[in-house]
Design a binder for this molecule. Structure first.
Ligand SMILES: NC(=O)c1ccc[n+]([C@@H]2O[C@H](COP(=O)([O-])OP(=O)(O)OC[C@H]3O[C@@H](n4cnc5c(N)ncnc54)[C@H](O)[C@@H]3O)[C@@H](O)[C@H]2O)c1
Length: 418
């Protein structure tokens, strides 16, 4: 199952391709990168130290070819992560943990995980492991990630890594102090379709860029209340993918204008009955990428789709980027992409690209960072990018509350493939 867990060939191929590209029409980013690059650079130092420690077999790390992994949160998403981790050649599954102990026990039995725990304290003091994989409720991530970092564990977190960009930066600082790494979902920038779109933009094939739009929604989960309460919402659960992809393609956002609403004020949740919805379930977010380029993301828990939540087979277009000389549009979701359709002045009939069978799956993040920790090679996703998206989401809510355009301060290394 090497194909599902390998980052290195795709990443270096994308990097190689990008190195030869010229004439990007997005010229604002040099100064942005300079202005904001300190975060990434300082992160890299601690990172390099930690990676070297793991990549070199030593007496302290006699089995440096595999990363020992502990998974916390054995609910819905763990049923996708655990098989992927179990098939990853760089991973040894050590422990499973859930505050609902029977979930931890059942996940451990099903995936031959030798240890299971009902609480993080027992997990962190129990069987030793290197990488903490956080698949818990969104509201628990920041606290659990901090506790794991304090215990000297590397962290892979489902989105969001933290509730605010300031808290997330403190986590990065803590990771640096401890000589460990922290990363967060999503991994959409790793897909071959993202690479094709980035390459097309960098080649200037769309002419002078102006606008992009993206959409992701469905009728919403019915298995957990946290999606609908403070700290949850459709932005951190759904919008986060498109926000990551569009900032990954067009560059860090400078400012946000947004409207959010609650369309369905009460929801039926399995095991809980009806609950009050207190986090937005409908959002429209506009981003200013500088140089006159705007993009727009809409997301929500009130969208009918023919494929419901298992939409890996859906092929309609979800992201479109337009310029004076061309337009390109992604078939499928950015977390389950199929192909990119491109039309330009020279080739005005849409032509399909990046439609070869590929092994990108959205649940690959923890396996990819385990590979990264073993080999020392970097993935394309970064914690700074994840935190920039956290800032966009908090700014979107602030914009709704105040009716104002909200300037952003954070950034990340861009272009993503360079
Ligand atoms: N379900 C999906 O298809 C999906 C897909 C992508 C990402 N995600 C993300 O994955 C995360 C989890 O979502 P889910 O759908 O699996 O939710 P879920 O409710 O099915 O699972 C979460 C699990 O975490 C456990 N948990 C909560 N707090 C804990 C704590 N302090 N210590 C130990 N265990 C704790 C819960 O008991 C539960 O079993 C969310 O961030 C969500 O946005 C989910």
């Amino acid at each position: 199952m090497m194909d599902k867990c390998q980052i290195t060939d795709r990443a270096s191929q994308a990097n190689g391709e990008q190195r030869n590209l010229k004439n990007t029409t997005i010229s604002h980013t040099t100064s942005q990168t300079d202005r904001r690059s300190f975060l990434h650079q300082s992160a890299s130092l601690g990172a390099a130290l930690a990676l070297n420690a793991l990549a070199t077999p030593s007496a302290a790390q006699p089995n440096a070819k595999k990363i020992k992994v502990g998974v916390i949160g054995c609910g819905s998403v763990s049923t996708k992560y655990l098989p992927h981790l179990a098939n990853c050649p760089f991973v040894e599954l050590v422990s499973a943990c859930d505050i609902i102990p029977e979930r931890a026990q059942s996940a451990a039995t099903k995936h031959q995980v030798p240890h299971h725990y009902p609480h993080i304290d027992q997990m962190l003091t129990g069987a030793p492991f290197d990488l903490f994989v956080d698949l818990t409720d969104m509201q628990a991530h920041e606290r659990l990630n901090r506790q794991a970092l304090e215990a000297g564990k590397h962290v892979w977190s489902e989105k969001p890594i933290a509730d605010s960009v300031a808290a997330g930066q403190k986590l990065l600082e803590l990771a640096r102090k401890k000589g460990v790494r922290v990363w967060g979902a999503p991994t959409a920038v790793q897909s071959p379709q993202f690479a094709f779109m980035a390459k097309t933009l960098a080649a200037g094939s769309l002419g002078r860029l102006s606008a992009a739009q993206a959409s992701y929604g469905w009728r919403g989960p019915d298995w957990a209340a946290f999606f609908y309460t403070k700290g949850g919402g459709s932005l951190p659960d759904l919008g986060v993918y498109n926000l990551t992809t569009l900032t990954g393609l067009l560059g860090p956002a400078l400012a946000v204008v947004a409207m959010t609403s609650i369309v369905t004020p009460r929801r039926g949740i399995k095991d809980k009955g009806e609950i009050d919805v207190t986090a937005e379930d409908n959002a429209m977010v506009m981003m200013d990428h500088g140089n006159g380029v705007f993009s727009h993301v809409q997301c929500g828990f009130n969208y009918f789709t023919p494929h419901e939540h298992d939409r890996t087979d859906q092929g309609h277009h979800t992201i479109t980027i337009t310029g004076s000389g061309g337009t390109m549009t992604l078939a499928g979701y950015d977390w389950a992409p199929h192909a990119v359709d491109l039309a330009t002045r020279e080739q005005p009939k849409f032509k399909r690209h990046a439609d070869a069978k590929h092994d990108y799956v959205w649940q690959n993040g923890a396996s990819l960072v385990a590979e990264c920790l073993v080999t020392g090679r970097e993935p394309l996703f970064t914690p700074e990018h994840a935190l920039h998206v956290v800032e966009i989401m908090t700014a979107a809510r602030q914009s709704q509350e105040t009716g104002r355009r909200i300037p952003l301060r954070s950034t990340f290394k861009w272009p993503v493939v360079s």
